[in-house]
Design a protein around this ligand. Sequence first.
Ligand SMILES: [Zn+2]
Length: 458
Amino acid sequence: MPKTSTNARFRKPFSPARAVKLCAKSHGSAIRYATLEDRLGVGLSSHTRIVYVFSDAGTKPRDGFKAATRMIGINNKPTVEVRFYTEYVVTDPPGYRTTIVHEMKHAGFIGLMGHPYDDLPKWVREGLAVWGSEDVDLRLQTVLCNEIVANRDPMGVLDGIDDPHHTVSDYLEDALAFEWLHTKGPDKVKAFCRRLIKGESHRKIWADLSGATYDEAMAEANAYCRKRVAAALGKAYNEFAALRNANYAAINRGGQAVKKWLDSGAEQRLRNWLAANQGHPAEPFARFCLGRAYIYAGDHAKGRELMTHILQKDGGRCSLLDDAQFWIGVSYNHQRDHRNANAAFGVLLRDFSTSRHTKQLIGKLKPAGPVTRSPENRIRERRSRPSSRRPQSSSPLKNSLGLLAPPDHDEPVLAAVGGGLSQGHLPPAGDLSDRSGLQGASLAGVVPGDGEGAFGLG
Ligand SMILES: [Zn+2]
């Protein structure tokens, strides 16, 4: 039985029923076991004891993990505890579903192999989990998009499959390694799993199934990863990078310059790029850049439309949701629509508690109220918590933060810069550059987008 979440969306009257429903979905998961068996050739259901726990991540980014898994003992039986951070569950349902299957794979293998599973290198444990949960394509999208947002060379994530320094970005290479093995024959990954469970060395199996030495096979797999990622990026990546750089340059010159830049043909070029490159890893960020440019240029409705698109459609393939929510608030604020600005920032506080944007709002605005799912609940909600969905005041940002509404001239506006909301220009494009590592990646509010496995077991 899961703990009742304290996340606002799960509060009564929606919790614990909602959490239990989600949990039941996790448990009644014959389909998910079938997916794993189909992909890995191993029946895991009878070997798996899992307890699902839901808890809030709070304001801790937790290195971007959506869930953490660890071994515990219940009635003297080893059991895997999968702890989901509810913020990700509610904001990224597709990612949540994938994460369940991913963790079920870990749990099943632990049930079958016991502690030797711990001794396997991470690339084997995580690669099989991503492959087994049919998450390779989305993982490719998310990891590459995060690198692009962070202004890093996306090819740079390919630092070697069995590179000992392992972060969540490396899960992409791990999974592509098994995709490569799959190209050698449709049953190769299954054979790998079956022999692994019998206790054979992963190096020996890898070599045998590849018909080469371990090192030769690894070199070929690494080359496959480079080819696969290069193909996913294609020419379109360079085209987008040029547009993005011009976008940064315009933003650093202010709102008027952004408007000029858009009017000079950049708007159409970005729109053409988006139309021609649906499914490209940079697509959500291209949408974000255009939406943000609209907001800088004062074309707020168009800007918010693109940010809303990101929130509604791009979850699971990028980590820009909190940025999109934040910029909706900034946009309303710029228009002096404090009611809608506060509502948007309230949603940011409620749903993206780990975002760096959130930190500057905590204690200054209240989170939005729970999301109602049915008319009945909506009525009950209105009666029982009449003020929870109302703005806190007509202008709490102005009143409680000592902030000013946007000035009369068009460029400097109220926005978040660095560590706190202040009067000034919109966040400069430079916010998005010069970032490194997870800490750096969060500078643009980009909570590293991966999830799971933050435990000794992977
Ligand atoms: Zn994992």
